[in-house]
Write a protein that binds this ligand. Structure first.
Ligand SMILES: [Cu+2]
Length: 696
């Protein structure tokens, strides 16, 4: 099944819609539109007014794929005389749904930024159902928006209620319906939709500049290790991995380091480090342990006889014991490998340098069920070189999007970006990425919410040609059948050492992008040149408006090569590392408090009914004050401006006072299994401290 592909049915749906519009024009008088914002916004909500073709006014048949289906108006109604019945047979390809008509006088009007409570009464013999929404974009016309709650099997009339995410900018109408994609019969009746957005409580911010810019603090202690890798663990601690830390003397002495940092106390604990995990790959497994792969087998020879060599070793770091356990070797050496968790909990690793210093062309596959790396022959191979730390982002259909962000030198030949289908063994180029040969240590993020499937790639340079790093950003909508990068807004300019303003196209490489619980992206750190010329600039990108807000407070510590920034479970952002060309390493730790931490009292999640959530379920929490949104954020595993698993999964809410049911997507590709930080967000975007929940 794939409930998230209704775009494929557009032509079919449009033909039906055109027919119905014609029928309506000929035969009908439309019901009056509701006049009050608090009233039900849906035309013909009980399906009682019938069109001349025997289908309810302002509703249409929709769906796609090769399945047997029957639409019928049923006399088995929740109220009145009629309900809508949709029966699917031969499920497996596509879906069917009764949708509100995409017609100016039928589709409910909405206000950008507002949220709406939707409800429907239903009976269903299959749990394979989901509420599906389209939105009317004033520039693009009707486009798929998102899927919300699923509906458990029910033989008696049952009401499902869900709160939408905030309506995106440029949206004036939405339509929705209930999709069925499994064999069975779904009946629906008595749809409602009302504006759930309340006025803000008006807590004024009294923290001056911090209300708008946030504030940095440099910790009164240093990291005991060169923090080249940072992983937020499911217990809230931070794993900082150095290995030899880009210090050849430490490598020669076999001095390899790891530390655990506890943000609550500022305490560091040393961890025995079995190999040189410098420039390894890492990813959260579904049980919350960390799979670490590859690393440094040797530094480049001074006489030029060989380059850096990749290790085949792999370890699992266990937060319960703060120790590394060895697993079987990878099939090839990997220095600077990517690591992406898939919807089934397996991990795919691509790119990097092998034991012979040449580029690794293997697809390396870690089976979660077998807890081992598959052999070269067991994994499907395309024999492609993906570069160093290629940013491989899991898409909702299970393919991997290579964003073009990488480390060192030029981009890949061709357009520099592509979609890799592991199962089919295909690689499809994606056009539109600008300056693909100046994307060394750019950063790519799957924007909030993951359900929107948009990736933002920002900045970058080239350590070999060493131009001024640029300010370009490019955005791609991976929901489209043939996605193409389009130009985004430029990263704001900052200042260089000594307060010298950047000019013209001067931007940054080594940039960090951190998804925040209010749904914005914090952009910080970076440098203008290869391991030189730090840039002091930070901004806030808002996916809802596609704009950067310039002038956020800047980290006083330079954050260039081998630096990282990441979200802590308390809603702050931590930054570590900087390794300029003179070989020194900045051991200072800085922490950023975003503006939302100065906007009044934070909501608290006072209870979580269960911290183990299955896909497609509603999960109850209680809060101490009203919230406007909730989401899961996957904890960081970041190095070299690369964290392809970073994601923000929206949780549509069913709100009953301070008791809130959070609806987890049924698609594991949108929220791969593992431990997540659960945030509840109140007025003014003020988030709670996270609770930890395990998905899948
Ligand atoms: Cu490195």
């Amino acid at each position: 099944m794939n409930p998230t592909r209704p775009l494929l049915s557009r032509s079919n749906r449009l033909r039906i819609a055109q027919f119905l519009v014609l029928a309506l024009t000929l035969f009908l008088v439309l019901p009056q539109r509701p006049v009050s914002a608090a009233a039900n916004l849906i035309a013909n909500p009980g399906l009682e007014s019938m069109a001349g073709d025997g289908f309810p006014v302002c509703w249409e048949q929709s769906g796609w794929g090769d399945n047997g289906h029957t639409f019928a108006v049923s006399s088995d109604a929740h109220s009145g005389a009629r309900s809508m019945s949709v029966t699917l047979t031969n499920a497996g390809s596509g879906d069917r749904k009764a949708m509100m008509l995409e017609d100016a006088s039928c589709a409910p009007n909405v206000t950008p930024g507002h949220q709406y409570d939707l409800s429907v009464w239903y009976k269903t013999s299959t749990p394979n159902t989901v509420m599906t929404m389209f939105r009317h974009d004033v520039a693009q016309g009707w486009v798929y928006w998102t899927d919300l709650a699923t509906m458990p099997v029910a033989t008696a009339w049952t009401q499902q209620t869900v709160r939408t995410p905030q309506i995106p900018a440029n949206t004036d109408q939405i339509v929705w319906g209930v999709t069925i994609y499994g064999n069975g019969t779904l009946k629906t009746d008595d749809y409602t939709m009302s504006d759930a957005t309340q006025a803000a409580p008006g807590e004024a911010c009294s923290a001056g500049d911090k209300c708008v810019k946030g504030a940095w603090a440099v910790m009164p202690f240093n990291s005991p290790v060169r923090s080249i890798h940072a992983v937020v663990l499911r217990n809230g601690n931070v794993l900082l991995i150095a290995g030899s830390g880009n210090d050849p003397d430490a490598f020669a002495a076999k001095t390899f380091k790891t530390a655990i940092y506890k943000p609550g106390t500022g305490e560091f604990t040393a961890v025995a480090t079995p190999e040189d995990l410098f420039c390894a790959g890492h990813v959260q497994l579904k049980d919350g342990r960390i799979l670490v792969m590859g690393g440094n087998k040797d530094y480049a020879a001074a006489d030029g006889s060989h380059g850096y060599k990749g290790l085949k070793n792999s370890y699992i770091f266990d937060p319960a014991t703060n120790s590394y356990q060895r697993v079987n070797d990878m099939s090839g050496g990997s220095w600077y490998p990517s690591a992406t968790i898939m919807g089934n909990g397996d991990v795919i690793s691509l790119g990097g340098l092998g034991e012979d210093s040449n580029g690794t062309v293997l697809t390396q596959y870690f089976s979660d069920a077998q807890q081992r790396w598959l052999s070269t022959g067991e994994a499907k191979q395309t024999w492609s070189f993906w570069g160093l730390y290629p940013s491989m982002i899991l898409m909702q259909d299970g393919r991997l999007f290579y964003s073009g962000s990488h480390v060192f030198g030029n981009g890949l030949p061709g357009s520099g970006s592509s979609i890799y289908d592991y199962n089919a063994g295909t690689i499809t180029e994606v056009p539109g990425l600008r300056k693909k040969d100046e994307r060394d240590q750019s950063m790519s993020v799957l924007l909030p919410p993951a359900q929107d499937q948009k990736v933002l790639t920002m900045g970058g340079g080239n350590n070999e040609t060493n131009p001024d790093a640029h300010r370009l950003t490019d955005i791609i909508d991976l929901k489209k059948p043939s996605p193409v990068y389009t130009a985004g807004p430029q990263i704001p300019q900052g200042k260089l050492d000594g307060g010298v303003p950047q000019t013209g196209a001067q931007g940054k490489m080594y940039v960090s992008a951190v998804l925040l619980p209010d749904g914005k992206v914090f952009e910080t750190g970076g440098a203008l040149h290869n391991r030189a010329t730090p840039v002091f600039e930070a901004s806030m990108y808002d996916p809802a408006t596609n704009q950067f807000t310039a002038g956020m407070a800047t980290d006083p510590v330079p954050r260039g090569y081998h630096s990282s920034a990441f979200l802590l479970p308390d809603g702050r952002v931590m930054a570590v590392g900087d390794n300029p060309g003179n070989g020194t390493f900045d051991m200072r730790v800085s922490v950023y408090s975003p503006p939302y931490l100065f906007q009044g009292a934070r909501p608290q999640i006072t209870s979580v009914a269960s911290n183990q959530w299955a896909y497609g379920t509603a999960n109850r929490i209680t809060v101490d004050k009203p919230i406007v949104k909730a989401e899961l954020i996957r904890p960081a595993a970041v190095t070299h401006s690369s964290d392809p698993n970073q994601r923000f999964v929206d949780l549509p809410m069913t709100v009953n006072g301070n008791t809130v049911d959070l609806n987890l997507t049924s698609n594991p590709n949108l929220a791969p299994p593992g431990w997540y930080m659960l945030f509840a967000v109140g007025a003014n975007g003020v988030p709670s401290v996270a609770k930890w929940v395990k998905i899948g």
